[in-house]
Design a protein around this ligand. Structure first.
Ligand code: DGL
Length: 288
């Protein structure tokens, strides 16, 4: 067997502070169904969004080390908070390719906005870090001669931290009677002129239907595009593997590791990856 085909067979490591990153895994499974995956959720330490940079980095290294020891061929940071906090430090520390969600969400948003007015919702850490703002400015600078992208190069960005959402989604959104009230209290802040809303926390895609419903029926807004960074992230992974001749075409195996109590994890994962549709994964407990 050649070295290339050995590497192709290796799994893609996907990780998040919890089960939000399963929204990224789902996109990956759609466009790369023949890959092997190892998913890692550090659920016991959620929410990362309320932690300090040092705390997040420490936990991130533990996750990355675990996935690298499992011989992953690449890492996908399926978490905005970790992407905002630790992407550059991970890139410096590890040799394997690492793909994150923020630059991918930004590309999607800038390709879709017609009026350059973008609203971003995410965790406290992601919003405070200004990672999206910085990435938008970086992208615009790099493309300033491309007329198609943001003609006047001035993008209005408004951001809001939604601290309550991630833990509620992680612990079974449907079990909270006040869930729509809480969601509404955040979404009603959206700038009435924003035509693009970025879901800058991978957990939020799990409640996309409720977000759409409130925007359509309850809240005055002008949102035409809801951006889920998972979509372009999965496309970037595919592009990288194709370009480097590393696609796997033989088998498909999904292992999910969680730091959560296994019974609870089984119950929650079943909500996000219903067995009727996804029947080929195994769940294991892990002490990081
Ligand atoms: N899914 C993570 C994100 O995208 C949630 C972070 C958290 O644990 O607060 O940011």
């Amino acid at each position: 067997m050649s070295i290339i085909s050995d590497i192709s067979n290796m799994p893609i490591g996907v990780f998040d502070s919890g089960f939000g990153g399963l929204t990224v895994l789902k996109q990956l499974l759609k466009i790369l169904p023949n890959e092997n995956y190892i998913y890692l959720g550090d659920n016991i330490n959620i929410p990362y969004g309320d932690k300090t940079k040092e705390e997040i980095e420490k936990l991130t290294f533990k996750m990355a080390d675990f996935l690298i020891n499992q011989k992953c061929k690449m890492l996908v940071i399926a978490c905005n908070t970790i992407s905002a906090c630790s992407y550059s430090i991970l890139k410096d520390k590890y040799q394997i390719p690492i793909i994150e969600v923020i630059s991918n969400g930004v590309k999607d948003a800038l390709n879709n906005t017609k009026n350059n007015n973008i609203y971003i919702i995410g965790t406290e850490f992601t919003i405070q870090s200004n990672a999206y703002k910085n990435e938008i400015n970086k992208y615009n600078k790099a493309n300033k001669n491309n007329n198609k992208i943001n003609k006047n190069n001035k993008v209005k960005i408004t951001q809001l931290a939604c601290r309550k959402l991630c833990p509620m989604i992680e612990n079974d959104w449907s079990s909270y009677d006040n869930r729509l009230e809480v969601l509404n209290s955040y979404l009603e802040n959206i700038d009435e002129n924003s035509d693009t809303l970025i879901l800058a926390c991978t957990h939020y895609t799990h409640i996309l239907d409720d977000i759409k419903n409130l925007l359509q029926n309850n809240i005055k807004n002008n949102v035409k595009n809801i951006i889920d960074p998972a979509y372009y992230t999965a496309a970037s992974v595919k592009q990288y593997l194709e370009k480097n001749n590393l696609l796997n075409n033989n088998n498909n195996n999904i292992k999910i590791y969680t730091t959560e109590n296994i019974q609870k994890a089984n119950r929650i994962i079943d909500i996000f990856l219903p067995k009727e549709i996804y029947n080929n994964y195994a769940i294991k407990h892990l002490n990081l």
